[in-house]
Write a new protein. Structure first.
Length: 271
């Protein structure tokens, strides 16, 4: 048995060796300032989250790719290095990448997008992370996994029903808040913050076009009600107030029109 274990470790090390690989982008999310977070899958199905420098990537990283801007469902060619140290569960997908040298190979077709999401779909939100999902003690909608627990921090679900889109400005925070309330396939209800960059941009564009915030939210909700919706669900990292909690958040919103059998443009609008 030890020999088998050693062989497995050697094979895994060879598989994970630094080299140029292809990655399909499934998540582009807003963090602080111009910092963003990108998630996706390598050509062998391994989930990854590229990490650049101390706090990157940023929006410039999206724009600086050769042959096009990085967008959801872009196929990228880039150098994938080893996981940064220390790597702490549940954020097991982190892999360091260079700031430059990434290239957009192509964009997945609508059929390929849906097939990828179907392949990665979990039966429920609670089944994604390999760890218990806890409710916020305040009785609010917050849900979290303990830092240091779980096997992954990214996954996909198919929504049974979207209940509400929440879009509200908090003057004392100086920012807008974006949330989605939904039922998963197990009929459990969640209301989670949406950090999907394109989803946020779509609501902002409706508001900039003259709609009040509540009308912008109801307009987007009406669109989602006509679609089959897949959500990418991820875990935030702990912060000063709760360093031991990784809160659930929505990192991608993708809707598909059944009548046409094609993608609706996902979180950022028709594509």
């Amino acid at each position: 048995m030890p020999a088998i274990g050693l062989k497995s470790r050697i094979l895994q090390a060879w598989k994970d060796r630094p080299r140029r690989r292809q990655m399909i982008v499934t998540d582009i999310t807003r963090m602080d300032g111009d910092r963003i977070c990108v998630g996706g899958y390598l050509d062998d199905g391994t989930a990854v989250r590229p990490v650049t420098g101390r706090g990157g990537p940023n929006e410039q990283w999206l724009r600086s790719a050769r042959d096009g801007r990085v967008a959801p469902f872009s196929v990228l060619e880039l150098q994938i290095n080893r996981a940064p140290k220390p790597l702490r569960a549940p954020h097991t997908e982190d892999r360091t990448v260079p700031l430059t040298g990434h290239r957009v190979v192509r964009l997945l077709s609508d059929a390929e997008q849906r097939a990828l999401l179907d392949r990665s779909t979990s039966p429920s939100v609670r089944s994604i992370f390999g760890a218990e999902v806890h409710a916020d003690p305040t009785g609010q909608w917050g849900r979290y996994v303990h830092a240091g627990e779980g096997t992954r921090s990214l996954g996909t679900i198919r929504v049974d029903r979207v209940r509400a889109v929440r879009y509200h400005h908090y003057p004392y925070r100086g920012r807008w808040d974006y949330r989605l309330r939904f039922l998963d396939a197990s009929q459990e209800e969640f209301q989670l913050a949406v950090v999907d960059l394109d989803f946020r941009g779509r609501l902002d564009a409706l508001r900039d076009g003259g709609l009040p915030a509540d009308r912008a939210a109801s307009t987007l909700l009406s669109t989602l009600h006509q679609q089959t919706v897949h959500l990418r669900i991820g875990l935030a990292r702990g912060w000063d107030k709760h360093p031991d909690r990784c809160y659930l958040q929505i990192t991608g919103v993708y809707g598909f029109e059944e009548a046409r059998g094609s993608g609706s443009g996902g979180s950022g609008g028709e594509r």
